[in-house]
Design a protein around this ligand. Structure first.
Ligand code: SAM
Length: 350
């Protein structure tokens, strides 16, 4: 008689459990289209080199691929550690109780950011939990707790960003009314549910792409889009939550700024000339892999220029167009304004 194989299957809708966010440039609205195109290729290992919200890496993890993610923001890398690298560890009830109840006398956030983003009560909560996280023994528990804190702060903050102070843009949404503690409890549950094992050793990296040496069948590049009219500085938008993850260790807060942001990380993608050089260097570096690049119609290099750079290193270059309306609200998005309708391209060079 044939033996029944009881090996647990990956639930078909695991991807639905991804804790999404309004992260700038997130591919959450088009990840299915990206997946449909890339899954036609034969590959095992997928390197998400600019992972951001991690939605793309999580999508391919749920398709049974071996994932490596990278981003120079620790807030991105910690989330990948929590739900892509992590195969089974969850934050248990007693861990949460410890985080909420173990008393300590930290007051860095309460003092430094008083009156800027959150109430005194919320700041005291952040101080307490952030310190208690340092006492957790397991790095994956730590990653879940930090990811939950980050998502809580972003959810509570109108527009999810930290480029302004005070209560601007408060539209009375429930997310804004809930305390950070309420958010945290909801998020721990979300992140716990998002943990799953696809039987492969996935990995989260936290480097500048310039310093990454990774071998993968597909290297997916989704760098910040350079456009002459808007800045693409992730640190300016997310400094508070990035600082929270790093506990502001090694970060230089610019005391003269009203937002108390720290000095941005250097990225070649915030400068037109350097962007061109960086593209060429990275494409050359990963030219042994299939290279997939998400890029948008209103940015530099242009579609034709990028095609030419890729053609120098790879024999077959195809460009797919994905129609996409940006909904990220950092600029004026008026109803009927079609200026935000940009074409997303997916370049595949094999
Ligand atoms: C367009 S976003 C990626 C979005 C992501 N694909 C998603 O769906 O959420 C670009 C990312 O590149 C990261 N980044 C910018 N410059 C970098 C560099 N030099 N090395 C590594 N990461 C960098 C930013 O922190 C940001 O998360």
């Amino acid at each position: 008689m044939n033996e029944i194989n009881f090996k647990e299957e990956i639930p078909i809708d695991q991807f639905k459990l991804f804790p999404g966010s309004r992260y700038m440039g997130s591919k959450n609205k088009i990840v299915n289209e990206i997946g449909e195109i890339l899954l036609q290729y034969n590959f095992d290992t997928f390197f998400d080199a600019f992972a951001g919200s991690n939605v793309v890496g999580y999508f391919f993890k749920s398709k049974g691929k071996h994932i490596i993610t990278n981003d120079f923001l620790s807030m991105s890398a910690i989330t990948s550690k929590a739900i892509i690298e992590n195969r089974k560890i969850q934050l248990e009830k007693e861990d949460v109780k410890f985080l909420l109840e173990n008393s300590n006398s930290q007051d860095f956030i309460s003092t430094k950011f008083k009156g800027l983003y959150f109430s005194d009560e919320d700041n005291a909560f952040l101080d307490k939990v952030r310190y208690n996280i340092t006492l957790l023994k397991d790095p994956y528990k730590e990653a879940i707790a930090l990811s939950s804190l980050v998502r809580s702060c972003m959810k509570k903050r109108p527009r999810g960003i930290f480029t302004y102070i005070g209560k601007k843009y408060n539209d009375g949404r429930q997310d804004i009314m809930l305390t950070l503690k309420d958010h945290f409890l909801l998020n721990v549950d979300l992140f716990n549910k998002a943990v799953f094992d696809n039987d492969l050793d996935c990995k989260s990296l936290n480097n500048r792409i310039e310093d990454c040496n990774v071998k993968a069948d597909i290297v997916y590049l989704d760098p910040p889009y350079f456009t002459p009219n808007s800045d693409n500085d992730y640190v300016r938008r997310y400094h508070f939550v990035e600082g929270l993850v790093k506990n502001w260790v090694g970060l230089e807060i610019q005391e003269n700024t009203i937002t108390k942001k720290f000095k941005s990380y250097n990225s070649p993608f915030s400068n037109k000339n350097e962007t061109y050089i960086a593209f060429e260097t990275i494409i050359k570096k990963f030219s042994d892999s299939i290279i997939a690049i998400s890029y948008s119609s209103n940015s530099k290099p242009t579609k034709e220029e990028l095609y030419d750079i890729l053609s120098k290193y790879k024999a077959n270059v195809v460009v797919h167009e994905i129609d996409h309306l940006y909904s990220f609200g950092n600029q004026n998005h008026k109803k009927g304004n079609t200026a935000n309708r940009v074409k997303e391209y997916l370049f595949i060079a094999s």
